[in-house]
Design a protein around this ligand. Structure first.
Ligand code: GAP
Length: 511
């Protein structure tokens, strides 16, 4: 646990030191759970957004994008259910005066049971070696069966209590399980209360005529209200999707995990409109498709898992999270939700406008069903950044900190380094830079010994260092150093563009 905490602290400090993420308005001591992306952070974020957009929009003939406004007519949120049901159950600890999400306390307790079961499984796998049958062990070992059963019972009871709005039972469950404040160990809890997460604001100049609005808590509703506009103007045929990326706002109760849970964040969402009755098939297909997208970045298959929901949001008939192994354990990175016809039907009812699709094959109109994929851009940033940050012991006894970002996402693709600041080497380095900058983000660095410059680029996540030396003057070759292997090769200056492109082109990663 301490090791995990240390790693997470290192991620946060590295993100600041290397110009990725700063606390918002830091000179005023920051604003809780709000962050700014710095010079490298904005590039990484743009690259992640682009990697998603190309995969979802450019590579799918039947998916188009939009960019809807953050402010929407307030009835949108009445129709979507957010005014009445976008609540988190919160509980205060009287001892520590800290506020928690009651469901998260219970889920964390259940996760510990899962970890205990996994520990037994790992021990047995070591003991039995190749002959180990994990499935059989899971269903027959009394201790493992006990842990898993208890976990399922707890989650099922919580789901039922939340669905029935039985908040007294949620508190009873916390007490029965002996859940204590994770910071102080105190078990002195208040009642559980519901808390709406939407931020309110006002539109209009005078207090009397001002209209109450909300900052959107999800980008999805901007897609639903535009469904028919896009379908008609784009002559889209079902099945088809509408994608968008943009800011969302939630007044989160527990927001202590850096950019994992923010009050202002960015989502990348896609609503896929389908024929009623085909939702199961599309839900499975999008689960598979999205996992494939994650795996294409090469961050380790073992770092992802699906978590199918017991507790469903008010709009869903099936839902699953893709969880990622963050420095603080497996947590939700993306959600895939089968949203039925809930949203479009609600908007029909509240707006009085028909939101139906005429299916020429079936010769009838219907309200389409929707399967949604929804990923937090900031969470994806944290997944990529934390997974890439590594401390390495080197063969010569020294160590280095290296940010092994997938090259396709790295903010700067190459650093151009003249070996010395004289003999015409800086001028050649500048020529290389002026040529490559049309294709890639590159930087020039001539300060300090070349070894120190390599380390600086390793820590910043730059996949290539190109060094111009005296041989360059004679034969127009340079050395190119790979961040991950630290191998150096002598190559022709004229081959540089192709070498870098092979490593960073989206096509080579997504294919
Ligand atoms: N439209 C569906 C929807 O919004 P969600 O599970 O509430 O579903 C989707 O959110 C994704 O948005 C999450 O999987 C997560 O990656 C991201 N997200 C949600 N709340 C967030 C927050 N407070 N800070 C950062 N990312 C968040």
């Amino acid at each position: 646990m301490a090791k995990q905490e240390d790693k997470f602290k290192k991620v946060i400090s590295h993100a600041k030191e290397y110009g990725y993420v700063f606390p918002s308005s830091e000179i005023y001591d920051g604003l809780s759970a709000v962050y700014d992306y710095a010079q490298n952070g904005v590039e990484l974020k743009n690259n992640i957004r682009q990697y998603w957009w190309k995969a979802m929009v450019q590579m799918h003939e039947n998916i188009v994008g939009i960019d809807a406004a953050i402010l929407m007519h307030p009835t949108t949120w009445k129709a979507s259910g957010h005014v009445d049901a976008f609540n988190d159950p919160l509980i205060d600890n009287k001892g520590s005066k800290k506020r928690y999400r009651a469901d998260v306390l219970i889920e964390d307790h259940a996760e510990k049971l899962l970890q205990k079961a996994q520990k037994e499984i790992n021990k047995a796998a070591k003991r039995f070696g190749d002959s180990f049958d994990e499935e059989q062990f899971k269903t027959t070992n009394p201790r493992v069966v006990g842990y898993l059963q208890k976990k399922d019972e707890i989650l099922a009871r919580m789901a039922k209590s939340l669905e029935n709005e039985d908040l007294a039972d949620v508190k009873a469950l916390i007490e029965e399980l002996g859940i204590a404040d994770p910071l102080t160990g105190s078990k002195n809890w208040t009642e559980v209360k519901q808390f709406n997460l939407m931020f309110g604001t006002k539109l209009g100049a005078s207090a009397e005529s001002a209209m109450d609005l909300y900052l959107r808590p999800e980008t999805a509703q901007g897609i639903f209200v535009n469904f028919l506009n896009v379908q008609k103007t784009g002559r889209m045929k079902i099945p088809f999707g509408i994608a968008q990326t943009g800011k969302a706002f939630r007044n989160e109760i527990v927001a202590r995990q850096f950019i994992f849970r923010m009050r202002e964040f960015e989502q990348m969402e896609m609503q896929f409109f389908i024929k009623p009755g085909t939702q199961k098939e599309w839900y499975e297909q999008w689960k598979e498709n999205r996992l494939k997208w994650h795996l294409s970045l090469g961050m380790g298959e073992e770092n992802y898992r699906f978590h199918d929901h017991d507790k469903l949001a008010h709009y869903a008939d099936a839902a699953s999270d893709i969880e990622f192994n963050f420095p603080f354990g497996f947590k939700e990175l993306e959600g895939i939700h089968s949203r039925t016809d809930f949203d479009l039907t609600q908007h029909e009812e509240f707006s009085g406008k028909k939101l139906q699709y005429f299916d020429h094959e079936e010769n009838k109109s219907y309200v389409p069903y929707v399967v949604e994929t929804s990923i937090g851009l900031d969470r994806m940033f944290l997944a990529v950044f934390s997974n890439s940050l590594q401390d390495e012991e080197l063969e010569n006894g020294t160590s280095r900190t290296v940010l092994k970002l997938p090259a396709v996402l790295a903010p700067t693709k190459a650093a151009i380094l003249p070996l010395v600041k004289k003999d015409g080497l800086p001028e050649i380095a500048r020529t290389i830079m002026d040529d490559l900058k049309w294709n890639f983000n590159v930087i020039y660095d001539e300060k300090d010994a070349v070894g120190r410059r390599y380390r600086r680029q390793d820590a910043a996540g730059t996949p290539f260092c190109i060094t111009v030396d005296h041989q360059t003057i004679e034969d127009s070759t340079v050395t190119i150093r790979d961040r991950d292997t630290m191998d150096q090769k002598r190559v022709k200056m004229t081959d540089l563009r192709q070498i870098i492109d092979d490593k960073v082109a989206i096509k080579n990663w997504l294919k």
